[in-house]
Design a protein around this ligand. Structure first.
Ligand code: ADP
Ligand code: GN1
Ligand code: MG
Length: 367
């Protein structure tokens, strides 16, 4: 474990350090909250150790984030918003770099902690979830004219479900590196029986029916921060995966996480189902911002994309379980399998309710 206090000295923070502790519940990076006393005023910063197994070119990753946040600041300012609060604000290192490389080669970055903010791992009212739909829809809208070809593709084929099935899931099953295959035969069959899902959106891209846009690609609820008092969404965070992608990925991934009646790693599968009121609320919020730019094929696939993103995520958890937990952070040995089972239970429930989900979208679009 690194000495985090030594790491903090390399950033341009204001005041004297009071406390620094691990924060949040992301599955990829290690996040710290650092609190400083600046002449009696409390200043808070988020410091993250960037996961080197996931992100291979941190220089380019950080260039992406700087480009996107600078662009967003300008757009927010033009629209009369508060650019200091509505987008992430990075703090450079004392040497003026975008991130700090420690002696052992680990990379750290820092942002201003958005004050009086909170993030959620589950939804307890439809309005909150609608707010996150507004935030991600607005994010997509604000970036509509961002020059997508200047973005480095941080994680190529990130939501190419077919590619993940062929190059990650299938080898993981065949290689069985963890020796856990016999524990998850049922889940492997669940994926195999639904192989046809994997190519549906990829084929529509090839046919020219679905346009690539600048999207977030990791739109889970805890990647939005809310105002502690009003519960209004303030800002979209976790910009590591901002890349050209489909509007459908952003929509679907939010539904996967937030419209589940249980958390992502619920062991009691009887609690897992699709909350159609939450589905409707998110769709309402998202479409209010991004809806006008969507084509008919995108609209027609919003419900299916929710199922597909859930299926893909379950397949990724199962792949990681078979590989011996090398990608996602886990809290206990069976964690990835528990997550995969949860995602597949949600897929099964969405299959039952697909017609209703499609109807909700078409009713909203008609309004
Ligand atoms: P990961 O890639 O591991 O998911 P995130 O960037 O999402 O990392 O950060 C993890 C958590 O830290 C978030 O869910 C949120 O609760 C909190 N967080 C991150 N950045 C900020 C920020 N600038 N202000 C307030 N909270 C933040
Ligand atoms: C990871 O970083 P975090 O926790 O927001 C993952 C997402 C998954 C999600 C599942 C870069 O998101 O793709 O959907 O876990 N991020 C990356 O909870 O792989
Ligand atoms: Mg996150």
């Amino acid at each position: 474990m690194e000495n985090i206090n030594e790491i903090l000295e390399n950033f341009k923070f204001k005041g004297d350090l009071i406390d620094c502790s691990v924060y949040g519940s992301g599955h990829i990076n290690v996040t710290y909250l650092a609190v400083y006393n600046n002449n009696g005023k409390e200043e808070k910063y988020i410091v993250q150790k960037i996961n080197p197994n996931v992100f291979k070119n941190i220089e380019k990753l950080m260039d992406n984030i700087f480009a996107v946040t600078s662009y967003l600041r300008e757009e927010i300012r033009k629209a009369g918003g508060d650019e200091n609060r509505e987008t992430l604000h990075f703090i450079k290192t004392v040497n003026g770099d975008k991130f700090y490389v420690s002696e052992d080669g680990s990379c750290y970055r820092a942002y201003i902690f958005v004050s009086d903010s909170v993030s959620y791992n589950s939804v307890d009212n439809a309005e909150l979830f609608k707010q996150s739909g507004v935030a991600f829809g607005k994010f997509q809208r604000l970036l509509a004219d961002f020059p997508a070809d200047t973005l480095y593709e941080t994680l190529p084929e990130f939501h190419n479900t077919k590619h993940r099935f062929e190059t990650e899931f299938t080898p993981a099953v065949n290689n069985n590196l963890s020796g856990r295959k016999e524990n998850c035969e049922k889940e492997i069959d669940f994926v195999m029986n639904r192989k046809a899902y994997c190519s549906r959106l990829v084929d529509l891209i090839k046919e020219g029916k679905l346009p690539l846009r600048v999207t977030h690609n990791d739109t889970k609820l805890n990647n939005v921060i809310f105002d502690k008092e009003s519960d209004k969404a303030i800002c979209v965070i976790d910009l590591d995966t901002v890349m050209p992608g489909l509007a459908l990925y952003d929509f679907g991934d939010s539904i996967r996480f937030g419209a589940n009646t249980a958390v992502e790693d619920e062991k009691d599968l009887s609690k897992v189902s699709i909350n159609l009121d939450y589905f409707k609320a998110y769709a309402d919020g998202f479409l209010s911002q991004a809806g006008e730019s969507l084509n008919q094929c995108e609209i027609d696939n919003l419900a299916f994309a929710s199922l597909l993103m859930t299926f893909e995520c379950g397949m990724r958890f199962l792949t990681d379980y078979l590989n011996g937990d090398t990608y996602f952070k886990t809290a206990y040995p069976e964690h990835n399998l528990v997550r995969a089972k949860d995602q597949f239970a949600l897929v099964a429930d969405m299959e039952k309710h697909m017609k209703e989900m499609e109807q909700i979208i078409s009713d909203l679009v008609k309004q």
